[in-house]
Design a protein around this ligand. Structure first.
Ligand code: CA
Ligand code: CA
Ligand code: CA
Length: 1014
């Protein structure tokens, strides 16, 4: 290659044409020429990659890529984008004094900080909220293996401090260069003086300490049992014997240059690494560079520890190899999002998600069905000690968090497995399946992320159990209990050499079969049992069956290596016609007279007139409420309304009852929104298309410790609209897969007005829900939006242009239109409204769930003493949920009347107006609290003078009207002092309600004669 006019020239005409067009300043091989490994690189096609550097004023990366794609002979042209180091620059250094203070003698290694490394062994006591067992179970694993120095892990990351007192001993060294001549490539690998590895950023043997790289290395193999600092997963014991770490530096704090990641992976494979520890990736969904994936393939094929013994291309020595092929272990990424993030989602690699010490998904962890396992990555929002503790540059130690910190735990465990079991024939696919099957249950606690964090969270002890490979014992006996459309199968997990059975396959058929039948012709289900222990009783409901049909069933136990036990005996059972529910009533009524302390009771009888066992459970929902004796206008009940407006006040009666003594009227209505108010109207510019919005709501336990009882939805928007269909979904899943809770089309729709739900829906604290509104076509911009009222809530708003078939995040939809500049801060202007607490909870049906045998019946008793509910009429729906396929829910109306509760007014005993001159007047607002569950009201609602309001003194003038005092509310009442003569004055203000109950308080003041002008 030559240079001509500053442009590189190859002599290949079409290539040079392209070079001139983009002003290419250099072309170099991506994987540098290596005399020693050239044959293998060529065989893998790695010699075909070239990197072109060009003038950014002459072309954009995208246009250059398109141009080179058209050059004859070029197979792939791709951009090189900056690689993202995952979770950089957040380390918290711990001082030596702190280190000494926290030392604990009661540890398996004498490294003083080991007791703070909860990620290795978490007994739940170190950190508040921590869950015992949220760790990699390392202490148990160390009883089996602590690491061997012939296993090499390549730390492809920032450089680690090779002379860190707690790392130095486990740093890999290239013997030929260590004992060779400076300035000479002693081993002929193409890299001069690569003693500890190579710096692929500045293309030098200068491996420079880097925060992230040093931290990652310490987790893999800080020196164990040397009496200083921390421990590493595979760091040996008594200061000896840990696995070796090769420094492949691809990030350098001193340089912004892009490292050659492909070359680093190839170097690691060629120099004998078995594991590539990679805590980096691209943070753009779906983006990758083929050259890097090719290098991952190369490491996967050639890693494992084979060494080149002569210049003969075929002469490789595998006798000391630890594995056949290598394994690349990648961090998922720290986007907090679900998506296709490379290289983690690339099939050949093992991808690692992160969890907190509370055994929850780390909030930052990227997730996806491609994730293989989860490991502790920390959650430092809770404090530094909730992070992962490891080594840092300059001989220090400290905390970091990230999937980057989770990943080296798995690399360390992989190195332990190879230390114990590694040999030239141990395959990389065996290692991968050993790691992914050596896990604990992550999803029972975290069902919201089911399947997105791999097979579970990794357990180092399990990873070191290889068993003998013998098949589990067969399932010898089991029972079948048929129902209408399912058969309950119960058995005992059989003995197996690892104490557990990975999974069972249940075969079933409507025709008879035996062990010699070709089982692949039968229907089957695979049941995951890896979190069970041999001897555990286990049951599985085989569903989707036909009624009144005989099924033949058999079970096969399978270990994690796929070795199958002999088949169980074949048994049969016949499904029945199923249960049939019959209720004796469709309506229940409960009348509570609180004055007489009566208890209201009613009964419902559930009959099963069918053939199968009836299972039922009861749940109640609020339908409506009306308190006849109260007269309040939300949201400030009890406020004084001038007499002239009294007629309106009467007609605008709305009542909000309360359930328990903890509740006060002023707490309602509650309103949840992420918008600062209506600002934009949004819709497809083509008005022949429909528009739909989906808004996610989270019931934050700190704001809503008692949950959120959704009673209405309110939409901001333009003046008029066609009526949308409104849907509420359970929010624990993405909008495209969420479960529909209710759907309705309001009879009368207007923006800005509450659309009441027919049945209120209660959401527990910490739960979430979706509100969807589907507006029909034919309308311009029907969707109202505003600006976000908090950070990160823009991710909760979604748009659909196809009636909810597909959804797109709103910010993405807006990123290409006239609102692009503000797209990130726009959210739907939607309000979730709660007008009253979940008072359906006062219904306490007993028994609330159970089974009814064929021909049997169950009496359910409903009772309420009403003492903690305001007087009024309530309507509930009692849902009788059953397993009857054609009648899953029966609704029973429950009406409750509560009467006889008394108001209990409280004010200051004496209201003192102080001193006034005759002729002056003063008005005071008196706070009136009604602690009772009955309203204090006049005949028509409000209190009116003189029937309901009187005063014993004419010099004190109480307001002549007030709206009354609702149950459990606070209001105010105005009194004016207008002295006519001098002296001390007092009077009594008395309220009288329509039932004749009275309440009085004393008012007083002093009047003096004003000075006269002379
Ligand atoms: Ca060398
Ligand atoms: Ca040398
Ligand atoms: Ca140590």
């Amino acid at each position: 290659m030559t240079m001509s006019n500053g442009v590189v020239t190859t002599g290949i005409t079409p290539l040079d044409r392209a070079n001139r067009q983009v002003k290419a300043v250099s072309i170099k091989r991506l994987i540098p020429y290596s005399p020693k490994f050239e044959e293998r690189h060529k065989a893998a096609g790695l010699d075909l990659w070239y990197e072109v550097t060009f003038d950014s004023e002459a072309a954009t990366p995208a246009s250059a890529r398109s141009l080179y794609k058209t050059v004859p002979g070029v197979q792939i042209a791709e951009e090189v984008r900056p690689m993202k180091l995952i979770g950089e620059g957040k380390a918290r250094v711990v001082s030596q004094a702190e280190l000494a203070a926290k030392a604990s003698a009661d540890m398996p290694m004498n490294d003083p900080m080991l007791s703070q490394q909860w990620h290795y062994n978490n007994d739940g006591t170190l950190l508040q909220g921590a869950v015992a067992g949220a760790d990699v179970n390392l202490f148990e694993a160390w009883k089996e293996e602590t690491g061997k120095p012939d296993v090499i892990v390549a730390i492809i990351d920032g450089g680690f401090q090779t002379d860190h007192p707690d790392l130095q001993k486990n740093a890999w060294t290239n013997e030929a260069e260590l004992n060779g001549e400076p300035g000479v490539d002693d081993d002929g690998n193409g890299y001069t003086d690569d003693v500890y590895g190579w710096n692929f950023v500045i293309n030098s043997s200068d491996v420079y300490q880097h925060e992230h790289g040093t931290h990652v290395a310490g987790t893999v193999a800080a020196v164990n049992g040397n009496g200083i600092g921390v421990s590493g997963v595979a760091g040996g014991q008594n200061g000896e014997g840990g696995v070796k770490m090769m420094a492949c530096q691809v990030f350098d704090s001193r340089s912004n240059a892009n490292a050659d990641f492909a070359a680093a992976l190839v170097y690691a494979a060629d120099m004998g690494a078995s594991i590539a520890q990679c805590s980096w990736g691209w943070d753009t969904d779906g983006y990758y560079e083929q050259a890097v994936l090719d290098a991952i393939d190369y490491f996967t094929q050639y890693g494992g520890g084979g060494v080149k013994v002569s210049s003969d291309p075929d002469e490789w020595d595998y006798t000391n190899a630890k594995m056949s092929g290598g394994l690349c272990i990648f961090a998922n990424g720290n986007t907090g999002l679900e998506g296709q993030y490379y290289p983690g989602c690339y099939e050949p690699v093992l991808a690692v998600g992160a969890m907190s010490p509370m055994l929850t998904p780390a909030t930052y962890s990227t997730r996806g069905t491609w994730c293989d396992v989860t490991a502790p990555g920390g959650e430092m929002d809770y404090g530094d000690p909730y992070g992962v503790l490891s080594t840092l540059p300059n001989g220090t130690y400290g905390y970091m968090e990230g999937t980057s910190m989770a990943c080296p735990h798995v690399s360390g465990i992989a190195a332990l497995v190879l230390s114990k079991y590694g040999n030239p024939d141990f395959s990389n696919s065996t290692l991968k399946s050993q790691l992914t099957s050596s896990v604990n249950d992550f999803y029972t606690r975290n069902p919201d992320v089911e399947g997105l964090f791999g097979s579970g969270y990794i357990d180092a002890w399990k990873a070191l159990q290889m068993g003998t490979g013998e098949a589990p014992e067969p399932v010898s006996d089991f029972t079948l209990t048929p129902s209408q459309d399912n058969i309950l199968i119960e058995w005992t997990i059989p003995q197996a050499d690892e104490g557990s059975v990975d999974h069972h396959v249940i075969y079933y058929s409507t025709s008879e079969f035996t062990a010699s039948t070709d089982l692949s012709t039968l229907r089957s289900v695979t049941v995951d049992t890896k979190f069970q222990t041999s001897g555990d009783a286990f049951s599985y409901e085989l569903g989707g069956l036909e009624p009144t049909t005989t099924y033949y069933v058999a079970i096969v136990a399978v270990n994690r290596y796929g070795t199958r036990a002999a088949m169980s005996p074949v048994k049969s059972a016949t499904t029945n016609e199923g249960p049939e529910i019959s209720l004796d009533k469709t309506e229940l009524s409960l009348n509570v007279d609180a004055a007489n302390g009566s208890v209201a009771t009613d009964q419902l009888t559930i009959n099963n007139i069918g053939k199968g066992i009836l299972e039922y459970s009861l749940s109640a929902n609020t339908v409506s409420e009306q308190i006849s004796t109260s007269a309040l206008t939300a949201p400030s009940p009890g406020r004084i309304v001038p007499a002239s407006k009294s007629v309106q006040a009467y007609s605008a009666v709305t009542n909000y009852p309360v359930v328990t003594a903890d509740y006060v009227q002023e707490d309602f209505p509650k309103e949840m929104t992420y918008s600062n108010g209506i600002y934009h109207y949004i819709g497809d510019s083509d008005t022949s298309k429909p528009n739909a919005l989906a808004q996610y709501f989270y019931v934050d336990p700190t704001t809503y410790p008692d949950g959120f009882n959704l009673t209405a939805i309110n939409f901001g928007g333009p003046g008029e609209s066609f009526t949308p269909t409104i849907e509420i979904y359970n929010g624990s899943q993405s909008i495209s897969t969420a479960n529909l809770l209710t759907s309705f089309t309001p009879e009368w729709f207007t923006y800005g007005y509450d659309q009441d739900l027919e049945e209120q829906i209660f959401f527990e604290p910490g739960s979430s829900f979706w509100v969807v509104a589907k507006f029909p076509a034919g309308q311009t911009n029907p969707l109202g939006a505003g600006y976000a009222n908090a950070e990160n809530v823009n991710q909760y708003s979604f748009y659909s242009g196809d009636n909810g078939q597909t959804w797109t995040q709103l910010k993405q939809v807006l990123s290409e239109g006239n609102l692009a500049a503000n797209a990130d801060s726009i959210v739907w202007d939607v309000y979730a409204v709660s007008k009253n607490p979940n008072w359906s909870s006062v219904l306490s049906p007993e028994p609330v769930s159970g089974t009814v045998r064929p021909g049997g019946q169950q009496v359910v008793t409903m009772q309420n003493d009403g003492q903690t509910m305001p007087n009024g009429s309530y309507t509930f729906n009692l849902d009788v949920n059953t397993n009857q396929t054609d009648k899953p829910v029966q609704k029973v109306t429950v009406r409750m009347e509560v009467t006889g509760n008394k108001p209990e007014l409280v004010t200051a005993k004496v209201v003192d107006f102080g001193e006034l001159l005759i002729g002056q007047e003063k008005t005071l607002s008196v706070e009136v609290v009604n602690n009772g569950y009955g309203a204090f009201n006049g005949e028509w609602g409000g209190l009116q003078a003189p029937d309901n309001i009187t005063c014993s003194s004419t010099e004190f003038e109480p307001a002549d009207y007030c709206e009354g005092f609702a149950p459990r509310s606070t209001g105010t009442f105005e009194v004016t002092f207008k002295p006519a003569t001098a002296g001390s004055k007092s009077g009594t203000v008395t309220f009288k309600d329509k039932n004749g109950q009275t309440y009085s308080f004393v008012v007083r003041g002093v009047a003096t004669i004003p000075p006269r002008l002379r």
